[in-house]
Design a binder for this molecule. Structure first.
Ligand code: ADP
Length: 422
């Protein structure tokens, strides 16, 4: 195993595992810290999915170091720390503190930071992060409930999170190619800067960067920074060949269900489209969960009465005003947990009832559901929409799973995903 990755959330881990798979590395995803006796088989890369993005920094550091230690034990010669392409973090962390700890762990002289993913509308120019053409502090991310991004200058953002001196490898160096980037690394580190933000506004830039960073013991970034790594590994003979990504998936036979706990704009559109297409649906009202009038049994009975040949949709997705009203009555965290817990409880009893095909919408929701299903290892299958593949469980109950981060996927995502399984 060549590359070991520590991801700060579940759907982000899947996004990275998909990127590595698409570019030719045999990759598996492990949910949570690997067990000591875990056998990952013959793979080039392993992505460990943590849930550390918004934990207290010390906890995120401890979890990330534990994951790095396990990845080393599995044979990883290089490490990557994966975070969101919108650099989700606060002045306390966790990107700076985790990267600093991993830098110490690897003993390397410096590391790089690059959340750019131009294909998904995330680019970095002169250290400024743009989301769909807007500086991130003018994008909807400025109002994120947990990690509001109020400064687009990543050098400043990162400098507030770390004692390492932050530097920049800017557009002109990145555009000039891998050699110029390597020269820029030498220039920055000679000036004592050990945390280097990298510009990138195109896939070509990511390929230049891949070539320049392929030998670093530690890199950090979004899934985009991995785009150029497989080719660079092949050129160095670090992997004997690139493996074409899977184009089909063999899903275990059984019933299908969509569990949507995300309230993001994309998911709400996908829910509306699925209902319009005639998929049987049941909307969950968090207040009814709180007063006990709707329970896991209510949902299981409803599911049992739906036609067995097609998918059924259970969703709590609601408009922002409705979500705010519930949050005011129950508290934000409690409202989130009550929905997550119920969907997880339902999911846990579905395999025994013949369900083997799951789509889960929402990062937190997916974490809760996969945990309840007891699925530790995932193999990456074909891509449904950018950043979201079908996956197959390699441990726990045999199921096919599509784990969709809230804002990912086109409006017909739920329909398209099932068509790929036929
Ligand atoms: P996303 O990926 O879109 O952020 P998540 O699953 O990560 O989705 O987060 C959505 C959160 O909102 C979860 O904690 C979920 O339980 C909670 N939630 C879902 N539906 C509602 C609702 N109707 N009212 C309040 N909170 C909700």
């Amino acid at each position: 195993m060549l590359l070991g990755c520590v991801a700060d959330d579940l759907t982000g881990a899947t996004d990275l595992a998909l990127m590595l798979t698409r570019e030719g590395l045999r990759t598996v995803q492990i949910n949570g810290l690997p067990d000591d006796d875990l056998d990952v088989g013959d793979v080039d890369a392993v992505v460990v999915a943590l849930k550390s993005r918004t934990n207290p920094p010390a906890e995120a550091v401890a979890q990330s170091l534990a994951a790095a230690t396990s990845l080393r034990a599995l044979g990883a010669r290089r490490l990557m720390f994966k975070y969101c392409s919108t650099f989700d973090s606060t002045d306390r962390g966790n990107i700076g503190p985790v990267a600093e700890a991993l830098l110490d762990f690897t003993g390397s002289a410096f590391t790089v930071f690059c959340p750019a993913f131009p294909r998904a509308g995330r680019s970095i120019y002169n250290g400024y992060l743009f989301v769909n053409g807007l500086p991130i502090d003018e994008s909807p991310m400025k109002d994120h409930p947990l990690t509001p991004m109020r400064d687009a200058n990543l050098c400043r953002v990162l400098q507030r999170q770390t004692a390492l001196k932050v530097g920049l490898v800017g557009y002109s160096d990145v555009d000039a190619g891998a050699e110029a980037v390597t020269t820029a690394f030498a220039r920055e580190t000679a000036a004592g800067r050990r945390a280097l933000i990298l510009d990138a506004i195109s896939d070509q830039h990511l390929r230049h960067l891949g070539e320049a960073i392929a030998d670093l013991p530690l890199i950090t970034g979004g899934s985009g920074i991995a785009l150029g790594l497989p080719d660079a590994y092949l050129a160095r003979g670090l992997v004997p060949r690139l493996t074409p990504p899977p184009v089909t998936i063999t899903a275990p036979p059984g019933r299908s269900v969509i569990l949507a706990g995300s309230c993001s704009t994309a998911t709400r559109g996908q829910v509306a489209r699925a209902i319009a297409a005639g998929i049987p649906s049941l909307q969950l009202d968090p207040m009814a969960l709180a007063d006990g009038s709707v329970t896991a049994d209510t949902l299981l009975d409803w599911l049992a009465a739906t036609p067995s040949e097609g998918p059924a949709l259970v969703y709590s997705s609601a408009e922002p005003d409705a979500v705010r009203a519930v949050q005011e009555r129950l508290g934000t965290e409690a409202a989130g947990h009550i929905v997550e817990r119920l969907l997880a409880e339902v999911a846990a009893s579905l395999p025994a009832r013949g369900y083997s095909r799951f789509i889960v919408a929402g990062g937190e929701t997916a974490g809760a559901v996969v945990g309840a299903l007891g699925i530790k290892v995932l193999r990456i299958g074909p891509e449904i929409d950018p950043g979201v593949p079908w996956t197959v469980s390699l441990s726990g109950p045999p199921v096919a799973l599509a784990l969709k981060s809230g804002n990912f996927g086109a409006e017909d995502f739920f329909l398209k995903a099932w068509d790929m399984l036929r």
